[in-house]
Design a protein around this ligand. Structure first.
Ligand SMILES: Cc1ncc(COP(=O)(O)O)c(C=O)c1O
Length: 404
């Protein structure tokens, strides 16, 4: 096991006080906090070698270009992808999904084709598909979920057919913390010649991801949800598919030859990374992944399992709490309602007690409806949270219930 005190001291924000009291950060599914190593790496770029990449012939540009490209290798190995060209830097998970919807889908979808999407998806993995399928006259078919918010595999097997060309699915739910069986979904999809995009936004900070063994066609995530900076993310795609992809943005850095009347596209990955990228963000993401690796997923999983078990039994023991799930989650995410009290009221009172949770529709209105709710309180934990924080959270919740 790792040393929790030391881990917490890696994250400077965790020692912040409000009204001279510590605070509890239970909104890790929205964004994680950043270790000093990531903050230092971003500062270091601007302080010591700020320069654009891939263009200057001078020492600063060499340094930033090298660091930027080294991060591509770090991400490739983090996802266990085969090639560096299969890693595209984006502004986040949302941009990655939009790139597939508007740069790949349009290359082969015909009117009447079908796209299967889980009913529990985050808006980022639903709205772009709605817009793209409207334009292409394709049809979105919803996939039913089981009571814990994972894809109901018998429904999936019923709905897959030769008209289905694409499946968009989250790896781990941002509401229930339960995990979809991606490997099986990909295997069945491929037997029907359909492609699969996996939204890994809620997975990469909790478990080791291996795109090779999952055999997904596209996988995406955001840096800020795995201890990296905001404004940076990743789209992994199999090389032959990325080669078929049309860029969303055109301009510098992504071209081959340009004449005044015409231009040819450059090679992967630059073809899909027009303009100056978020260099500091990408380098910071590399530091975040190195930080995760230094802890090790075995340790992370073990620490989070203990926290999740404690939270699960504490919430289950409370009469007035209606949890969104029937079985303990695979990652430490707990969405629930305090019976008869609006989630915003609970969130506001918890904030007064220095506890940060997410409330409302959690950017997934159809999913919330599916779970027969109008909004949840969501406490999402991370390995740097403590058992004591859970105890304080539960007693704060009891106070809220008494007050309202
Ligand atoms: C499951 C899931 N997918 C996608 C996203 C979108 O991520 P971003 O806003 O960083 O693009 C989120 C963010 O909460 C999420 O939880």
């Amino acid at each position: 096991m790792f040393e929790l005190k030391k881990i917490r001291s890696d994250f400077p924000i965790l020692s912040k006080k409000r009204n001279e009291k510590s605070f509890i950060y239970f909104d890790n599914a929205a964004t994680t906090q950043k270790p000093q190593e990531v903050i230092n790496e971003v500062c270091d770029f601007y302080t010591h070698y700020n320069s654009n990449i891939e263009r200057g012939m001078y020492f600063l540009a060499d340094e930033s270009t090298k660091k930027f490209n080294d991060t591509r290798s770090i991400v490739r190995s983090f996802l266990n992808a085969k090639l560096n060209e299969e890693i595209i830097f984006t502004s986040g998970c949302t941009q990655s999904i939009n790139m597939v919807c508007f740069g790949f889908l349009n290359t082969f979808i015909k009117p009447g084709d079908q796209i299967l999407i889980g009913k529990m998806e985050h808006h980022a993995n639903l709205v772009p598909w709605q817009i793209a399928s409207n334009r292409l006259k394709a049809k979105i078919i919803p996939l039913e979920s089981s009571e814990n918010g994972v894809i109901d595999m018998s429904d999936f097997k019923k709905k897959i057919n030769s008209k289905v060309k694409f499946i968009a699915i989250q790896h781990i739910s941002n509401i229930t913390g339960h995990e979809n069986n991606i490997q099986e979904i990909c295997s069945i999809a491929h037997q029907h010649n359909a492609f699969v995009l996996v939204d890994g936004a809620q997975a990469v900070s909790h478990k080791s991801v291996n795109v090779h063994s999952l055999n997904c066609d596209f996988y995406c995530f955001s840096g800020h949800k795995c201890f990296g900076p905001t404004g940076v993310g990743v789209l992994y795609g199999k090389k032959d598919l990325l080669l078929r992809m049309t860029p969303l943005l055109f301009g510098g850095n992504m071209i081959g030859r340009v004449s005044f009347s015409n231009s040819s596209l450059g090679d992967l990955p630059q073809k899909l990374e027009a303009g100056t990228p978020n260099i500091a963000g990408v380098i910071g993401l590399g530091a975040a992944i190195n930080y995760i690796s230094s802890l090790g997923f075995n340790n992370i999983k073990l620490a989070e399992k203990l926290l999740a078990e404690k939270m699960w039994s504490a919430l289950k023991a409370m009469n007035n709490i209606a949890l969104s799930i029937k079985a303990p989650p695979q990652s430490p995410v707990f969405s629930f309602n305090v019976k008869g009290i609006h989630s915003y009221d609970v969130g506001t009172l918890l904030d007064e007690m220095n506890i940060c949770v997410r409330t409302g529709s959690l950017c997934a209105q159809p999913a919330i409806k599916e779970l027969n709710s109008t909004g949840f309180v969501r406490a999402s934990l991370c390995f740097y949270n403590t058992e004591e924080e859970i105890e304080l959270f539960v007693s704060a919740l009891k106070k809220v219930i008494k007050l309202l």
